[in-house]
Design a binder for this molecule. Structure first.
Ligand SMILES: [Zn+2]
Length: 72
């Protein structure tokens, strides 16, 4: 029989912060055409979204701000 000993689990602050940061970053968007675009970070998402627009929606152009506005 042993009493429950307090277990210390230290969480690394930098990992916690990184997770928070990743949650805030917008890395996905659903195009109105139904296509799903995802990137590893916001910059990557913008590039992929613009590639998708060029391939699937010639003539449509969105700025980085506009892409991030509709992403999540
Ligand atoms: Zn599309």
């Amino acid at each position: 029989m042993s009493r429950r000993a307090p277990v210390r689990r230290r969480r690394c602050p930098s990992i916690a912060w990184k997770g928070l940061d990743a949650m805030r970053a917008k890395t996905r968007l659903n195009c109105p055409c139904g296509a799903h675009v995802a990137g590893v970070d916001e910059d990557d998402l913008v590039i992929r979204a613009q590639e998708h627009l060029r391939e699937s929606h010639p003539g449509m152009e969105y700025s980085r701000d506009e892409i991030l506005f509709i992403s999540y």
